[in-house]
Design a protein around this ligand. Structure first.
Ligand SMILES: *Cc1c(COP(=O)(O)O)cnc(C)c1O
Length: 368
């Protein structure tokens, strides 16, 4: 029989060959490790969302509402924009893939920073466009270098703000200045998955985090990404959304997989959006514990750049993969960052005070 892969377009075949898009299976051991590897809410899901899901369970034989109309309207109301400026998807990840498939083609490119969100690479690889990763400056986005890298074939710039995995921020003033340099054939994706946490740090540190929604109201070529996976605690349900000018939203919307936002996801997200108490709890714990974790790691001799998100970027100065395995064996899961281009660093999510203490205790053992 002939090799069927010869009929698969080369850019897709390369994905199957490298198979790097498949992350490691999470530990199957019986004792549940403390999961500090995926930046989830350490207090679990929004209780209001849980209640809403229970009430909706008896209806899961029905297809979900096809346009998720209520959710679009509530999110629009929440951010004080119009419903046609919102696009809800199965996680922000689905929207990143839709944006890439809409705008990229052979010869075209997207730009982001090195050591940034791994989904930007995955989303562009399934198109025939390429991804340019611009060198970081002080562990974060170098917006001047990114503006310089834009050429006639650039269609997208992805900016994770705060950045995952380095936890750095570009301030509202820096983004304002950056936008003045952007030609009209380029879409700026402002990925604010960690916006709730960043807002808290920004207030305490007296800087302005973001004016992203103003750009949308001014009809600029900007899409702002938000998610229910982080502060709201709904990562397993897959709901996220974009906010952008209606003329752009309507270009991306047709690529969404039909019915991709399940009925339980819609119900839960509606409830979680209004659960300000749950978000406040996560954000306040995060602000306090960021300090505790940073101090603990510094004391152990590991430099940690100031975080603006719900995780820390920690340079180990040794191969992080075996180090993370040793930590895993003692019951704490963290993310080693080789695939992100940082083979000697880990990303550790900020947990509850008990989880963080346990992590620091294990670090001390593993180091010694
Ligand atoms: C977690 C994360 C998201 C959200 O992904 P979902 O698909 O909504 O779970 C988006 N951007 C960044 C940078 C993230 O770290």
């Amino acid at each position: 029989m002939s090799d069927f892969s010869q009929f698969v377009p080369p850019h897709i075949r390369r994905l199957a060959e490298s198979n790097q898009s498949r992350p490691l299976k999470q530990s199957g051991s019986s004792a549940k490790p403390i999961a500090l590897n995926l930046n989830e809410n350490p207090f679990g899901p929004s209780p209001l969302a849980l209640k809403a899901i229970e009430a909706a369970l008896a209806e899961i034989h029905r297809y979900p509402e096809i346009q998720a109309t209520d959710l679009h309207e509530e999110i629009a109301h929440f951010h004080r924009v119009r419903p046609d400026q919102i696009l809800v998807t199965a996680g922000a990840t689905e929207l990143l893939c839709m944006i890439s498939r809409t705008l990229l083609a052979p010869g075209l490119n997207a730009i982001t920073s090195a050591r940034s969100f791994i989904v930007y690479r995955l989303a562009t690889q399934v198109t025939e466009g390429s991804l340019i990763e611009v060198k970081t400056r002080e562990n974060g986005y170098d917006l001047d270098a990114i503006a310089d890298a834009i050429n006639a074939n650039t269609r997208i710039v992805f900016i994770a703000n705060p950045n995952n995995p380095t936890a750095t921020l570009v301030t509202a003033d820096e983004v304002d200045r950056f936008l003045t340099k952007i030609p009209e054939h380029v879409l700026i994706v402002l990925d604010e998955a960690y916006g709730d946490f960043a807002e808290q740090f920004a207030q305490k540190r007296s800087v302005t985090f973001s004016r992203s929604l103003d750009y949308v109201r001014q009809e600029r070529n900007v899409i702002v990404l938000k998610t229910f996976s982080k502060a709201h605690g709904l990562a397993g349900l897959r709901v996220g959304y974009g906010i952008g000018p209606a003329r752009l939203i309507s270009l991306f919307a047709p690529l969404r997989t039909i019915f991709s936002i399940s009925s339980l996801a819609q119900t839960a997200a509606l409830a979680a959006l209004r659960d300000s108490e749950h978000i406040r709890k996560a954000v306040e714990n995060n602000f306090e514990q960021a300090e505790v974790l940073t101090a603990g790691l510094t004391k152990l001799g590991f430099p940690v750049p100031p975080t603006w998100a719900n995780f820390l970027y920690c340079e180990l100065s040794e191969d992080a993969a075996p180090f993370a395995e040793r930590l895993q064996a003692s019951g704490v899961t963290v993310q080693p960052l080789r695939l992100w281009g940082a083979p000697t660093a880990i990303r550790v999510s900020i947990g509850t005070s008990e989880q963080n203490q346990q992590f620091l205790d294990m670090m001390e053992k593993v180091v010694r």
